[in-house]
Design a protein around this ligand. Structure first.
Ligand code: ZN
Length: 334
């Protein structure tokens, strides 16, 4: 019997895990943070850096008899600003430890510098893939205008992939699951079969495999979708009963959801192959053939999606990248 989302939330609450849905200014809507009523008192993700988010976080903590000052540990699931913007303020009030996957710690500490580098990486990638300059630059300024909702995070506890975090009443295994972002980390309670998955798996949205600068600072473009598919296959093997997401409702049949996502990617890959087989095309031309002209804010998401599938086809030997001085075009190998 699979649980309903309401039953799953109730079961998580019985286990001392409380969903705090915090408002964001982004299209995705509220972000789910999770309060673990245990020792240490722990908050998984913080919500974005805004007065409104802080007010709601305080109110929702107060409803459970806690204040921000009481928090002893903040765990960050990944590098996106809707999940970590309040971390600095929380640490100032509480002196809480901040835990995150070790490979992301330097990145999180250098938030502003990194945001600038990330934006120029994205602009280069867009131009190389045929996105018009005005769209690329418009997107860069949209991204800059969002930066205030983020913050730097001084990670005081660097987590290693596979290690366990011990609490008075539970143990959580740390599992690195890159794809949606290179720092995506999920937390597995094997005894209760509950997985805190943040944006690695979301019931109502297919997480974007966003192309992001590698965490080690190298300039090579990562194959985000290839990584993401590998990560989903690993998560599929966990005997989870409840998966708690970074947005929306809990997932109670993650195997079915992952299978659906994997077959959706398979179908999209074949569609993109069909377009490339017809004639060589840039990533932007492929995105336009599939989605038409999308809003500027969607341009990078759709390009990430196309490049991800093209990577799969390149790895299968069916497509190659033909580069001239200006753009990369994908062409069929036969
Ligand atoms: Zn995210």
């Amino acid at each position: 019997m699979t649980l309903t989302p309401e039953q799953a939330l109730a079961q998580a609450e019985d286990a001392g895990i409380h969903r705090l849905a915090i408002p964001t200014p982004f299209a995705v809507g509220r972000v789910n943070c999770y309060l673990l009523e245990d020792e240490p008192l722990t908050l998984v993700d913080t919500g974005p850096n805004s007065g409104k988010a802080l007010d709601e976080l305080q109110a929702q903590l107060a409803a459970r008899g806690h204040s921000i000052d009481d928090l002893e540990l903040v765990i960050l699931t990944h590098q996106h600003i809707d999940h970590l913007g309040l971390v600095e303020i929380i640490v100032q009030h509480s002196g809480a430890e901040v835990a995150a996957i070790d490979v992301a710690a330097d990145r999180l500490a250098n938030f502003s510098e990194d945001a600038e580098l990330e934006d120029s990486f994205a602009v280069d990638l867009m131009l190389r893939n045929g996105i018009p300059q005005e769209v690329a630059f418009a997107l860069q300024s949209v991204s800059r205008s969002f930066r205030g909702w983020g913050a730097k995070a001084e990670v005081t506890r660097r987590l290693r992939d596979g290690e366990e975090i011990s609490f008075a009443d539970r143990r959580l295994q740390v599992l690195h699951r890159p794809g949606h972002s290179p720092s995506d980390t999920v937390f597995w309670d094997a005894e209760r079969r509950i997985l805190i998955a943040a944006d690695h798996l979301i019931a109502h949205i297919s997480s974007n495999p966003l192309i992001t600068r590698p965490l080690d600072g190298s300039s090579e473009r990562p194959q985000a979708l290839v990584q993401y598919i590998e990560s989903m296959r690993k998560t599929r093997e966990l005997p989870a009963e409840i998966v708690l997401s970074g947005h929306g409702d809990p997932i109670t049949d993650h195997v079915a959801l992952i299978d659906e996502r994997l077959s959706k990617h398979e179908r999209r890959k074949e569609k993109i192959y069909g377009l490339i087989e017809e004639q060589p095309r840039t990533g932007y031309e492929i995105a336009q053939a599939i989605w038409g002209n999308v809003a500027v804010t969607q341009a990078f998401l759709t390009l990430s999606e196309v490049i991800g599938h093209a990577d799969l086809l390149v790895n299968e030997g069916r497509v190659r990248e033909a580069e001239d001085e200006e753009v990369i075009r994908y062409e069929a190998t036969r």
